[in-house]
Design a protein around this ligand. Structure first.
Ligand code: FVH
Length: 304
């Protein structure tokens, strides 16, 4: 290190699964001093051979550095790994996938133990870590001051996006984006099932399907505009009435192809209900934005 070089922040990493190991390697590669701990020691030994200091317990790893990053399987494993560990004065950054309620409870839990807290939701898979051009990032929420203090260090493995001081927001954004992804995967699964038994090249079909999904992606922004303005009917191109009228064609096609419609049925049922219940309010002239409100009204909030 040159005399004027600023010492890079030392990091403690708890959890060396696929994601934790990728994060750890990125900090090591960038020249951060790293202390690691993993429940199964062999995984930590691999990182030790690459230059990390290996702690023999979570408590020892947490004691080593102020900045402690946690990336474990789930919220229960965080409880188990951190049981009895002294967190006083630590800056705890929890990248374990959680529900918003779990993240909020974890923030309270950390504060009660004298730690500052940031929650994170990772929008990347391990091969995207340390590869800026891959476009991965982590949603952060909780203490903005803590985020700003560690923004540079947290940005080493993957991009950072702060989404608010509510510690549950990173988890909420994470789960919301992944829910959109699963909806897309459900449609893709059904589409491939429809052509599965035919003399159609899946690769050629995939090119058409991928292009179609990209062409439809701007509908996400149109939905946002409608939810913001409350105007669900201006400039509607494909009305709900027209789309509901078309659903039997989709269901009959599935039947003719010997494909279960169980992925389509729930969404079609919601579309039909919005049309029926909102008939007096002109729901037939809407597109699909009204279904968002239908879901919101009918889904109870749960505690965790
Ligand atoms: N991998 C992915 O594609 C996704 C991408 C988006 C974000 N997720 C979330 O990241 C968290 C960690 O995921 P991971 O891929 O590292 O998961 P695993 O490779 O299965 O490693 C799990 C680690 O958790 C440790 N662990 C599990 N239970 C306990 C426990 N009771 N006490 C202490 N540690 C525990 C496990 O240890 P070991 O099995 O090696 O002993 C691993 O270190 C996760 O929230 C994803 O949703 C990843």
């Amino acid at each position: 290190m040159t005399p004027n070089a600023v010492q890079k922040t030392s990091v403690t990493m708890l959890g060396l699964g696929a994601m934790g190991s990728a994060l750890a390697r990125a900090w090591l590669a960038a020249g951060h001093r790293l202390t690691v701990w993993n429940r199964t020691p062999t995984r930590a030994a691999v990182l030790g051979a690459e230059g990390a200091r290996v702690a023999t317990s979570a408590a020892e790893a947490v004691a080593a550095n102020t900045l402690v990053v946690v990336c474990l399987l789930d919220d229960t494993s965080v409880d188990e790994a951190m049981a009895g560990v002294d967190l006083a004065g630590r800056d705890l950054v929890n990248l374990t996938t959680s529900t918003p309620a779990q993240a909020r409870a974890r923030a309270v839990w950390a504060h009660e133990r004298g730690a500052r807290y940031l929650d994170g939701g990772i929008m990347a898979v391990p091969p995207m870590i340390g590869v800026p051009e891959a476009g991965g990032y982590v949603f952060y929420s909780g203490s903005r001051e803590l985020f700003e203090r560690h923004r540079e260090t947290l940005g080493v493995p993957v991009g950072t996006t702060f989404v608010g001081e509510d510690p549950g927001f990173a988890a909420l954004y994470d789960v919301a984006l992944l829910s959109g992804m699963y909806g897309m995967f459900a449609g893709v699964t059904h589409a491939f099932a429809l052509i599965r038994g035919e003399d159609i090249d899946p690769a050629a079909f995939a090119a058409l399907l991928a292009d179609w999904l990209v062409a439809m992606a701007p509908a996400v922004h149109q939905t946002a505009d409608r939810l913001r303005s409350g105007d669900y009917t201006t400039n509607v191109v494909s009305t709900l009435a027209m789309q509901v009228a078309g659903t039997p064609t989709f269901l009959r096609t599935a039947e003719q192809q010997g494909v279960s419609a169980e992925l389509l049925d729930p969404f079609f049922a919601l579309m039909g209900r919005r049309l029926a219940e909102g008939a007096g309010e002109g729901a037939g002239e809407e597109d699909l934005a009204g279904v968002v409100d239908l879901l919101t009204r009918r889904t109870p909030r749960t505690a965790s």
